[in-house]
Design a protein around this ligand. Structure first.
Ligand code: AMP
Ligand code: MG
Length: 341
């Protein structure tokens, strides 16, 4: 009888230990430079080794994509496509093909406001050194912009730019696309929840350690003080969120703000919005549409988003805030007079 009691005690003790070790989950976070920005990866895991190894692999994936898709490096696949513009189709990897397909989807749904063939005009501007091209230079380069002149062949996995001088720049979609891929790597390595934040392009999956949703802040595009002022927080799980803003890369001359989100029609910065935040399943979609809707402006932008069922917070050029219906339950606003659109 005594032995039997001891056995029962040992079994219960073993069950208790198992139950405890299952709940030994911790949150691991790292920030490193990749994709020419700071990328933070956060994961929830019951093992520090598993978390560290998965995070390393996710950064390797980000670096691999950054190299493949770099607009400014001669040896990237993007540069190979650009070099052969007006000449011949170029065979590319599955990833290069996929990101261009996703970019074209965004172009078709934003009346071409999102257009990766803005490359030649992007190269004319230098926001760091306050270099502003003259109107003649801009006119010359905008003539060759046009996503309709990108010819893709899925079976052959080729991309062809029809006009000589055309150049694709994936800067408006690469961070979101890479965040999606990094999350896929984390999942493939046994991670059930986490968040990959490539600057303003963020992909979440699963829930936080305490079971709550991931919270992502939206910055006030016109900061009053030096601190990072947040105007709203969006709570998410298994969704992506991207913000494009005129405060990210810009310079001012004679009271005019010249920033990095360009209208493909004019080659000049777009002036309908201060910032556009998009929430959707894929970060490639949120990244491309935040840039595209920024160019399209709030009125047309809201129409497009309603048609596609994509959520957004738009702050227009006068500071008016538009929020789509789908976000009303998952957003916490820190500002008072902000009408829902
Ligand atoms: P984002 O910060 O995601 O809004 O992307 C801005 C970057 O995308 C710029 O730095 C350019 O490289 C590129 N870009 C600028 N304007 C456009 C546009 N209208 N369509 C697509 N890409 C753009
Ligand atoms: Mg973008």
């Amino acid at each position: 009888m005594k032995n039997f009691k001891v056995l029962i005690f040992l079994i219960l003790w073993a069950v208790f230990l198992c139950a405890c070790s299952k709940h030994q989950e911790k949150t691991y976070k790292e920030s490193r430079e990749s994709l020419h920005t700071i990328v933070s990866i956060t994961v929830v895991s019951d093992s520090s080794d598993k978390a560290k190894s998965a995070i390393d692999k996710a950064y390797n994936e980000l670096d691999r994509l950054a190299k493949l898709l770099n607009f400014y490096a001669e040896d990237s696949e993007v540069s190979a496509i650009n070099r052969h513009a007006g000449d011949r189709p170029v065979k590319v990897s599955a990833e290069t093909f996929e990101i261009i397909e996703k970019a074209l989807y965004a172009s078709r749904n934003t009346e071409g406001a999102f257009d990766i063939t803005v490359g030649p005009v992007v190269k004319l501007w230098d926001f760091k050194n306050k270099v502003m091209p003259n109107t003649e230079q801009i006119r010359e380069k905008t003539k060759i912009i046009g996503y309709r002149h990108i010819v893709i062949d899925r079976p052959a996995s080729t991309v062809f730019l029809e006009k000589k001088g055309m150049q694709i720049d994936l800067g408006g979609i690469i961070k979101g696309y890479a965040a999606d891929k990094a999350v896929a790597v984390l999942k493939a390595n046994g991670i059930k929840s986490g968040i990959v934040a490539a600057a303003g392009d963020i992909k979440t999956f699963g829930k936080r350690q305490d079971g709550s949703l991931w919270s992502v802040g939206i910055k006030n595009p016109r900061q009053k003080s030096g601190a990072d002022e947040i105007i709203a927080v969006v709570n998410l799980s298994n969704q992506a969120i991207s913000t494009s803003g005129d405060y990210e890369r810009y310079f001012e001359k004679n009271g005019v703000r010249y920033h990095h989100i360009l209208d493909p029609q004019t080659g000049q910065p777009a002036y309908g919005c201060r910032s556009v935040t998009i929430v959707a399943k894929d970060a490639a979609v949120t990244d491309a549409f935040s840039t595209g809707i920024f160019v399209l402006g709030p009125k047309k932008g809201i129409d497009v988003l309603n048609r596609l069922g994509i959520d957004a917070v738009i702050i227009d050029k006068d500071g008016k805030v538009y929020i789509t219906d789908g976000l009303k339950n998952s957003i916490e606003l820190m500002i008072k007079d902000s009408p829902f659109a």
